[in-house]
Design a protein around this ligand. Structure first.
Ligand SMILES: [Zn+2]
Length: 136
């Protein structure tokens, strides 16, 4: 199996996500960098380059996620899996409070924390996009 994502597979991932990062929901048209195809289970853990193992992710989310599969829930200190957009619904784990992404569950809180969704510069970008009705 090839490690690279073919143009057709990348297009499928983009269309399935309607162009939004599947973690923070920023649209690639308003993101400063092109979104990437994230391997939910990284190749080094045996994850395959198939549609079921790929998600569309903005550069900020994907860089922070790396090959991680789990994180720590900052509220409970428990080791928890990261959000998986192929088998979980965003609204079950996250909500917005203004321009902040809030984790509703252990998975949501851990994913918000690990991916740095609420670091000041990202919140500032979301606030600016919200003023223009470009987010979420
Ligand atoms: Zn993102």
């Amino acid at each position: 199996m090839s490690d690279s994502v073919s143009p057709a597979l990348r297009q499928l991932v983009i269309e399935r996500a309607a162009g939004h990062c599947e973690y923070c929901l920023i649209h690639q048209d308003v993101s400063p960098y092109a979104h990437e195809t994230d391997h939910l289970v990284a190749r080094k853990h045996g994850g395959q380059t198939v549609a079921e193992n790929l998600a569309l992710a903005c550069l900020a989310c994907n860089r922070r996620k790396g090959s991680d599969l789990t994180t720590i829930d900052p509220l409970t200190g428990d080791v928890v899996p990261l959000f998986n957009p192929r088998v979980q619904l965003w609204q079950d784990h996250f909500a917005f409070k203004g321009a902040y992404v809030i984790g509703l569950t252990t998975i949501g809180r851990g994913t918000v924390f690990l991916l740095g969704m609420n670091v000041p510069e990202r919140v500032a970008i979301r606030k600016a996009l919200m003023r223009e009705n470009l987010y979420p």
